[in-house]
Design a protein around this ligand. Structure first.
Ligand code: DTR
Ligand code: CA
Ligand code: ZN
Ligand code: ZN
Length: 440
């Protein structure tokens, strides 16, 4: 059996061979009940719903002196609006009071019942504006997206492995006051239960960039994978360290991540090339100004970032402990295999996992093809390394390849795009990839 494992040491090849030998006598394909359903995909977050929240925040500001700032009536009215939506959707809400600059501040915390509270994923945005305006991009955009993804969790009646907690912070504009108060008043044992915090502050800038925080690598990769799936390039957020509420969590060692579309800095020509918009102009010309109104939003950016938030919540709350059946990722797309032609591939994007793939990665294949001896089958890891699953054979005249291979993929990063590569190397007899599955 020739191993196509480019760039491997002999020892590595031997290990890989040992792994593949286990697959030599094709195992029975995993009983469907043994494999968990593939990781649930997040729903689309309707842009219209997110914008309806922006309209509400705008009306609240207009009815309360033109802003939603800490210590002003518009802020508490914003809290009341969000809380009412969450109470109606089945969340357990808590309003945490604090004092800053002589005024009462409020954090709104919303727990989604269920999940392992020992692994709590938090998602947050600051709800306050500056006193000069309604603060629609900064930060009704993040507040609305977090609210709508929370409501999407309720609509889906999601039951993730991890516990989900959402938060809207007060007095961020005064210096991360609300989020810092929350973290500082969490007992250490409670802090230790927070597996990660996702922050959304300014995610609809009118001249947008697509920036991903580069703090925790798993969270960063989860967002990058999402935007890669859209074909939207991203950049690392370099302005943010310490500049928003994720800093309160990072300062106590909690993994953080988030998204940002830019504030007062100027978009470069190179950035305008990749993202569109106007070079030489600020990402948000109305940053901290009275013109930060509902007209100060780029709908595409707000929609993409809302959907990216949902993707990260669904992916990162799925849990890291593998249940007995393992975590399965599946493609059911049919891919025709040309007779005696070029190899074809079928891809499965894997996200939200940490570390490397297992030493016993299960590769379930279902290929419908007469005279299966024509077929050569490889698993291709995200970095391009190929693992031979099946060689061609002139004597194997049976039809179809429906089996599970076990591959030692422990030297491969788990996250990324895995491919099944199939080539028909002999004339006559044709077929197609019906489905295939990776189980970690
Ligand atoms: N501090 C935020 C705006 C802001 C500036 N840089 C970043 C980077 C990442 C997130 C947010 C920001 C505010 O004015 O609310
Ligand atoms: Ca959407
Ligand atoms: Zn601000
Ligand atoms: Zn902000």
């Amino acid at each position: 059996m020739n191993l196509s494992v480019p760039g491997r040491t002999l020892a590595g090849a031997a290990l890989a061979l040992a792994g593949l030998l286990a697959a030599g006598a094709p195992a029975q394909s995993a009983a469907p009940s043994a494999a968990r359903p593939a990781a649930l995909a997040a729903p689309d977050i309707p842009l219209a719903n997110v914008k309806a929240h922006l309209t509400q925040f705008s009306s609240i500001a207009a009815a309360n002196g033109g802003n939603r700032a800490h210590g002003r009536p518009g802020y508490k009215a914003s809290v009341d609006y969000v809380k009412a939506k969450l109470d109606a959707a089945g969340f357990t809400t808590t309003v945490q009071q604090f004092t800053s600059s002589g005024a009462t501040g409020y954090n709104l915390i919303a727990d989604w019942p269920g999940g392992d509270t020992g692994q709590t994923l938090m998602v947050g945005a600051h709800l306050d504006s500056v006193s000069s305006g309604a603060g629609i991009n900064d930060n009704a955009s993040g507040s609305a997206a977090v609210l709508e993804t929370a409501l999407a969790v309720s609509r889906a009646q999601l039951q993730p492995a991890k516990h989900l907690r959402f938060a809207w912070w007060g007095a961020e504009e005064l210096g991360l006051i609300g989020s810092r108060y929350y973290v500082n008043n969490l007992p250490a044992a409670e802090r230790a239960k927070i597996s990660g915090y996702l922050n959304f502050d300014m995610i609809g800038s009118p001249n947008p960039g697509y920036f991903v925080y580069d703090d925790d690598p798993v969270i960063e990769q989860t967002f990058k994978d999402y935007f890669a799936g859209l074909g939207v390039p991203t950049e690392i957020e370099t302005e943010g360290d310490g500049r928003s509420d994720h800093a309160s969590f990072k300062n106590v060692g909690i993994p953080v991540g988030g998204l940002f579309t830019g504030a007062g800095r100027t978009k470069s020509s190179a950035q305008a090339q990749k993202w569109g918009g106007t070079a030489g102009q600020a990402f948000d010309r109305c940053y901290h100004s009275s013109c930060d109104t509902t007209a100060n939003i780029n709908d595409t950016a707000l929609d993409r970032n809302s959907d990216a938030a949902a993707h990260a919540i669904w992916s990162l709350s799925a849990g890291t402990t593998n249940p007995p059946g393992g975590d399965a990722y599946e493609s059911t797309a049919d891919v025709a295999i040309p007779d005696a032609g070029a190899a074809v591939t079928s891809a499965i994007p894997v996200t939200g996992r940490s570390g490397n793939a297992p030493a016993a990665l299960r590769v379930g294949v279902d290929i419908k093809h007469t005279y299966r001896g024509d077929l050569v089958i490889d698993l291709v890891a995200p970095d391009g390394s190929a693992y031979r699953l099946k060689n061609s054979s002139g004597s194997d005249s049976a039809d179809n390849v429906i089996t599970t291979y076990t591959v030692n993929a422990s030297s491969e990063a788990a996250n990324g795009e895995w491919k099944l590569r199939v080539q028909d190397v002999a004339r006559y007899d044709t077929g197609y990839i019906d489905s295939w599955k990776l189980t970690f």
